[in-house]
Ligand binder design. Structure first.
Ligand SMILES: [Mn+2]
Length: 403
């Protein structure tokens, strides 16, 4: 596939970008839908929102609106603020669960011929992707920067993908495509979303490891930001984490002193963002490989969703193995088939991984937590993580054990 091709010279890169830019233009121009149906991965992050805003800005030039469906309400506090203050007011992104409750999802799907997947190309981390395609066979276009996963969209018949891993974020990829189409926005909301998308996806990457696409896109967006937008971005970057999240990180750090790798179970949490937060904090404190798990209980209207959520970080020699480990250890079994629910990427020397396993909705939460975590723990042990120390919390009742 073209997207997997590694570009050697900057001329190659420019040609590839122009080829993809032309492809994007054709996709939008040839789609008969007045409102383009889009999807992103579960739990909106700044990058997904930046990609959606950039895409919607470009679609407007063809007289088209965009409706983007996402799943699960919770994400990082910074993303929540960007969503509430910049994205939600324009109504482009809608929560799939709410559409379902109002009975509107079927209607939207019935009106569409085409589906655009942004910042995801995997069936396993986008709840509504398999849901929508299961209801109606749609033409599928995808713009992504993640490497091909276990359940990749490329396997879906009639799909077409713009995949550029070197972009390091979907917002960066869209920015480069818009530039190549002479369609860079001056609209401040779109620019803020694009900037925040690139910022959040590269937050752990030292600028020395930025690709030229990332450096260029930051420069293009920054040059168009007005002073008040810059101030807003500075403010957004300093969005505080809830105080109780710090306690999770402190507790996780209590046990490992001499170990260089740790596996942590946080017990039952109400926001899955805690898991990535703790993983980042551990790495910042000098732990070189960490895997953090939590059981997220989220409420949307009358529904309760329960997922085993995991985040992995590594900046030592184990980094190259971590994404594969996540793909192997975090899975579900369905109809006798193993379906992976985890993966990750390596940038420079840093591996960042995530997993999300939906659990049975009718369960004894604590019992299920212990069963699932013990199962994954054994699999992680079998994988020989170096010098690991396992720390687990037995749910909200403070029962803590080191295993
Ligand atoms: Mn992304």
């Amino acid at each position: 596939m073209l997207g997997k091709k590694k570009c050697k010279t900057s001329e190659d890169k420019i040609m590839t970008t122009h080829h993809y830019a032309q492809q994007l233009r054709k996709w939008i121009a040839s789609t008969p839908d007045k409102t383009l149906l889009a999807i992103t991965h579960d739990r909106k992050c700044c990058d997904a929102m930046g990609a959606v805003m950039g895409f919607a800005y470009y679609a407007k030039q063809f007289g088209k609106d965009v409706t983007c469906i996402f799943a699960r309400p919770h994400s990082q506090p910074m993303s929540e603020r960007l969503y509430a203050e910049v994205i939600a007011p324009n109504g482009i992104m809608v929560l799939g669960e709410e559409l379902e409750e109002k009975g509107e999802l079927e209607k939207i799907i019935a009106q569409s011929t085409t589906l655009f997947a942004l910042d995801t190309s995997s069936m396993q981390n986008s709840t509504y992707l398999p849901t929508i395609l299961g209801k109606k066979q749609l033409k599928l276009y995808c713009i992504d920067h993640h490497e091909a996963g276990f359940e990749d969209i490329a396997k879906y018949p009639g799909s077409d993908i713009i995949r550029v891993e070197e972009a390091q974020s979907a917002s960066c990829l869209i920015t480069n495509l818009l530039r190549a189409n002479n369609a860079l926005p001056n609209d401040q909301e779109t620019l803020i979303a694009l900037y925040m998308g690139m910022y959040q996806d590269t937050i752990m990457i030292p600028p020395a490891h930025y690709s030229s696409l990332t450096t260029d896109a930051f420069a293009m967006v920054e040059a168009r930001l007005l002073q008040e937008s810059r101030q807003y971005i500075t403010n957004l970057k300093s969005t505080p984490y809830p105080a109780q999240w710090q306690q999770y990180a402190k507790d996780a750090l209590f046990y490992p002193t001499k170990n260089d790798s740790i596996v942590v179970g946080l017990g039952i949490i109400d926001n899955p963002g805690v898991v990535a937060y703790v993983a980042d904090k551990l790495l910042a404190h000098g732990i070189s490989t960490t895997i953090v798990m939590g059981l997220a209980e989220e409420r949307v209207g009358t529904k309760v969703y329960r997922d085993l959520v995991a985040s992995g970080r590594s900046n030592d020699s184990f980094a190259s193995q971590l994404p594969t480990l996540f793909g192997t250890v975090f899975y579900i079994e369905s109809n006798g088939r193993i379906i992976s629910k985890g993966g990750g990427k390596i940038t420079g020397t840093l591996a960042s991984c995530a997993a999300n396993i939906p659990l049975n909705p009718n369960i004894d939460v604590k019992q299920q937590w212990l069963t699932e975590v013990n199962k994954r723990k054994q699999e992680l042990l079998d994988c020989n993580i170096p010098n690991e120390c396992m720390t687990f919390y037995n749910g909200k009742d403070n029962g803590k054990t080191t295993i």
